[in-house]
Design a protein around this ligand. Sequence first.
Ligand code: NAP
Length: 335
Amino acid sequence: MTRVLVTRDLPGGAGDGSPLARLREALGADHVDVWPEFDPPSPEVLLERSEGCAGILCMITDRIDGAFLDARPSVRAVAQLAVGYDNIDVPACTERGVAVTNTPDVLSDATADMAWALLMAAARRLPAGRDAIERGEWGQWNPTWMLSSEVTGRTLGILGPGRIASAVARRASGFEMTVIYAGRSEKPDFPGTFVSLDELLARSDFVSVHVPLTEETRGMCDASFFSRMQRHAVFVNTARGPVVDQPALIAALEDGAIAAAGLDVMTPEPLPPDDPLVSAPNVVLSPHVGSATLETRTKMAHLAVDGLLAGLRGERVRHMLNPDALDAARTKDRS
Ligand code: NAP
């Protein structure tokens, strides 16, 4: 009997053909346990609830590591409803023969749209304009009031030239922008010119970050990073909050080292309303909703269900992060 835990209700409803209905049909409705609350289960509840489970369909808020897997040796498959998987210790999963999948590609357009929404809102000062209306500070039309940065024809610098970054770069052609990018290596198909990080920061009018959160990228946007940006430049982050040294970003905004920031991700999440980031100057915030369109989240849920079922059956799929785990699982079964 194959029991699985889904750590949050899934988008797309529960009707015929929905992600949850497909999972229930494949495994039997009684074998699919869906955590019913809006907030994630605590680590203790996650552990308790996953007793006897062969699979977990989890979110970025659920920590899956070696200690968890050692306590739950029945788990053979973990399907993450996200492309980023910094909450999962993938090597620990591979060692224990646990297959891990994520949801790449299907969210790239929605997340790129959000990067652009933040870039435009920060560049054109949308929150400041709305605040002025709310405070009754909107006087007669004046040629010097509420001036902001031109977007068309400027230089967009992209850090982390992967799937979402490509979608962001493609959108820049409509604004006749020059696109430059920095990363670990040149990508022949990337729609932009490969430069060093130094050159990217020195030349860009907009810097948009798309690296995964790893030990290498944690804190990479620090005081030195912001000091190398142009004073009129706008910083956009739709990757992960801890990629940024947030006190350094706040200081850069306060000192005018950079002009503005648009952030979908931050530290901590959720951000308390009295956090200094909320009151920092020229910052536009959204609550980690880059992929949050109904269409995209439903596609992510379908892909996560496909990944979970493939992992349980021991089948390789394109979005499996550690196909080697299947070999490790077979060796374990034989021994
Ligand atoms: P991806 O295709 O794997 O792209 C990541 C890129 O970052 C790759 O080009 C990678 O280069 C590069 N990179 C990795 N480490 C680097 C480093 N140390 N320095 C410079 N570049 C580095 O991933 P994706 O699908 O575009 O997603 C990117 C990230 O966006 C995810 O990991 C996730 O954290 C975040 N995300 C956020 C939201 C949201 O709601 N805000 C939604 C989706 C995703 P290599 O090719 O050399 O590995």
